[in-house]
Ligand binder design. Sequence first.
Ligand SMILES: *Cc1c(COP(=O)(O)O)cnc(C)c1O
Length: 453
Amino acid sequence: MTELTKILLDETEMPTQWYNIVADLPVPPPPPLHPGTHQPATAEDFGALFPQALIEQEMSQERYIDIPGDVLDVYRLWRPSPLFRAHRLEKLLDTPAKIYYKYEGVSPAGSHKPNTAVPQVWYNAQEGILKLTTETGAGQWGSSLAFACAQFGLECEIWQVAASYKAKPHRRTMMEVWGGKVYPSPSNETEFGRSLLAQDSDHPGSLGIAISEAVSKAIENPGTRYALGSVLNHVLLHQTIIGEEALLQMAKVGAVPDVLVGCTGGGSNFGGLAFPFLREKLKGNMDPVIRCVEPTACPTLTKGQFRYDFGDTAGLTPLMKMHTLGASFIPEPIHAGGLRYHGMAPLVSHVYDLGLVDAIAIPQTECFAAALQFARSEGIVPAPEPTHALAAAIREALACKESGEEKTILTALCGHGHLDLASYDKYMAGEMVDLDLPDNVIQAAMEGVPNIA
Ligand SMILES: *Cc1c(COP(=O)(O)O)cnc(C)c1O
């Protein structure tokens, strides 16, 4: 029998619970701290930002959390998502390795982000919230939240990093099609934005700045809350539907990963795929190497420090212990916009610190070379972010070719690149350059990080 190419679950097989890795960690993760007192943050400290149900999930120790029925109904628009065996890529690479990829580009927004946007909006709606604010870089998160707000009738206001607002007009159009209101950040809508525009009327913005603007708007308005598309525990929790489905799909074909690789921006698609497999590893049911892949231009895990830092530039968010390049760090404009964040999910940082996962950084031209190999064999044009995971998977597969090992490699193809074709143009025209982050730039940004033991 030929082995399956597309491993599917039907709707009735879709998992109905999210997995919370906090319940199974050998050492509990360090708590978030109040930005003023530096004491462990309480539920009230988050109250102006998030609805109670999401704050409970953020602090939860429960191993499994039921997915609400209304959320499952929206998930069914595209879930369960397919798991592919990359037969054609394996053949192109002439490798004995078996490569599997879980494809999240089938969602309405074209990435994994609606997996958390939908429940976040639903929990806000349950508590009577009428409007959500957020930031977006390339526009993946903003479009996912706008889609989810349209599903449940909430208003959505989005601060898009100015450089992306200008360079990626089509994602803005998507946000507006779904009813979102989009501002370039820094904007004239907030005091912080106005102060930055006064210094530089052509300010390119950054994710940290856009978060500050969206957070300040939510704090000022009682019926408004803020939504974050990555980094936080509850976001990673929602994304575990990816890994829970992939476990069932791998089991269907009797496959067990030897290596699992995922791209890490804030850590949510990685945590979503990896944490259910890490649970099985901790239980002794399998023993995959689990690897984070980041860009050399924004090497949060491989070159950042594990310190308490702010999630935003203005210092409005609670302090989180995470791998960071410094909240004031503004990365070079690399093509994988979703990987340009100064910090990393505290949970991903913590499991990295415990040695349960490892991390590598890959330059963008190698990633785009991998993307062309992938697109020409498997057919799907990847988003720039998961090309990092694909490049790492290809490195592994080529090592297997050398050694003759038949390893099973699993990765997340967390989005398609249909709105990122300008980056492909640049690569194919030979105009893309690799950016290494000099140590003195990191040192300068780290100077602003608070000194907390
Ligand atoms: C946002 C985004 C990322 C980065 O975010 P994570 O939280 O690290 O997953 C990666 N890939 C795609 C397609 C994205 O939209």
